[in-house]
Design a protein around this ligand. Structure first.
Ligand SMILES: NC(=O)c1ccc[n+]([C@@H]2O[C@H](COP(=O)([O-])OP(=O)(O)OC[C@H]3O[C@@H](n4cnc5c(N)ncnc54)[C@H](O)[C@@H]3O)[C@@H](O)[C@H]2O)c1
Ligand SMILES: O=P(O)(O)OC[C@@H](O)[C@@H](O)[C@H](O)[C@H](O)CO
Length: 279
């Protein structure tokens, strides 16, 4: 494994748990194999969250994977009943939920926002996009919104969220990571779904009467994200061109018409704010 160092980013690998999660304790056992019947007596299964940016790899590079040097691995301690193994790199947490949301609504919300605004302004990679003041202003604004939710909902302090955001923005700016906007913005229907990184926090902010304009801007940027070879991009464009705004809002976001966010999202879907980047 090769580390793509960002020299501005080194020296303080604060361990903060995060997403890229694996939940549940179900390894499929489909063969009626008696050997698996007592699996619970032989192993512990714990929910976990991983945070490390792994960009698209060069063709033919095999297991020689380029990654950032930052990494976090959070594991719920409950299943180990006080006998957690000493595994280097694990941060043991009592409850994974707040850390998963902090990671999803900061790293992944900010990442998708960078990718979609970056693509519409003609940038190829995340590092290039975040160096553009127009993109970085959108990303900063989006992360201030999600931080206000994380502070209100989970009790993270303003100071730790400010520091977490700074760290995340530094990771995006790592020019040694060749991370294309197509990878980070991929699968827009998944990313715009009800509980995911954009509509999830925007809905909760709207419910609490807190600001969410930059999240709506990220949604608008996603609607003009049209790289080739992504089935969800194609389906999203099909929905936008063939469905009325209410049907499109329901299918893309899963929001109920009675939700406080609904009217604003419907408006964004009905009336484009941005145009696609043209070569
Ligand atoms: N790349 C990152 O920075 C990163 C960081 C943390 C967590 N993650 C998580 O790790 C997972 C993989 O991410 P990635 O970036 O390597 O994605 P990727 O698209 O590069 O790789 C996914 C692979 O899974 C294969 N695949 C998809 N569906 C499958 C199926 N049903 N059965 C078998 N194989 C299947 C695909 O063909 C592809 O080779 C995702 O859940 C992602 O959220 C990624
Ligand atoms: O994997 P996705 O498509 O959900 O999101 C793209 C990236 O934001 C994601 O892969 C990050 O690089 C990763 O979550 C960092 O830990």
């Amino acid at each position: 494994m090769r580390l793509a160092h960002d020299h501005h980013d080194r020296g303080h690998e604060r361990v903060q748990p995060a997403g890229g999660t694996a939940e549940g304790r179900h390894i499929p056992v489909e063969h009626g194999d008696a050997e698996h019947d007592d699996l619970d007596e032989k192993a512990f299964f714990a929910n976990t969250a991983v945070d490390r940016i792994v960009p698209v790899q060069a063709e033919g590079s095999g297991l020689d994977v380029v990654v950032e040097d930052f990494h976090e691995w959070a594991v719920e301690r409950g299943p180990f009943d006080g006998a957690e193994p000493d595994v280097p790199g694990i941060t043991w947490v009592d409850e994974l939920g707040p850390y998963i949301e902090r990671k999803l609504f900061t790293v992944n919300t900010g990442h998708a926002t960078t990718a979609w605004h970056g693509a519409r302004t003609g940038h190829a990679t995340i590092a290039e996009a975040i160096s553009d003041p127009e993109v970085s202003a959108q990303v900063t604004a989006v992360l201030e919104e999600t931080s206000s939710l994380l502070v209100a909902k989970h009790g993270f302090s303003e100071e730790e969220m400010t520091s977490y955001r700074t760290k995340v923005l530094g990771r995006f700016a790592n020019a040694s990571l060749p991370d294309p906007v197509e990878r980070v913005g991929r699968s827009p229907l998944r990313k715009l779904s009800r509980e995911d990184r954009i509509i999830g926090p925007a809905a909760e902010l709207a419910e609490r009467g807190l600001g969410h304009e930059a999240l709506l801007n990220a949604l608008s940027a996603a609607l003009v994200f049209t790289p080739e070879g992504d089935e969800e991009v194609d389906r999203l464009q099909e929905i936008l061109s063939s469905s009325d705004p209410d049907a499109a809002t329901a299918e893309i976001t899963g929001l109920e018409p009675s939700h406080p966010l609904y009217a604003e999202v419907r408006e964004r879907i009905a009336s484009p704010v941005y145009s696609r980047h043209s070569e």
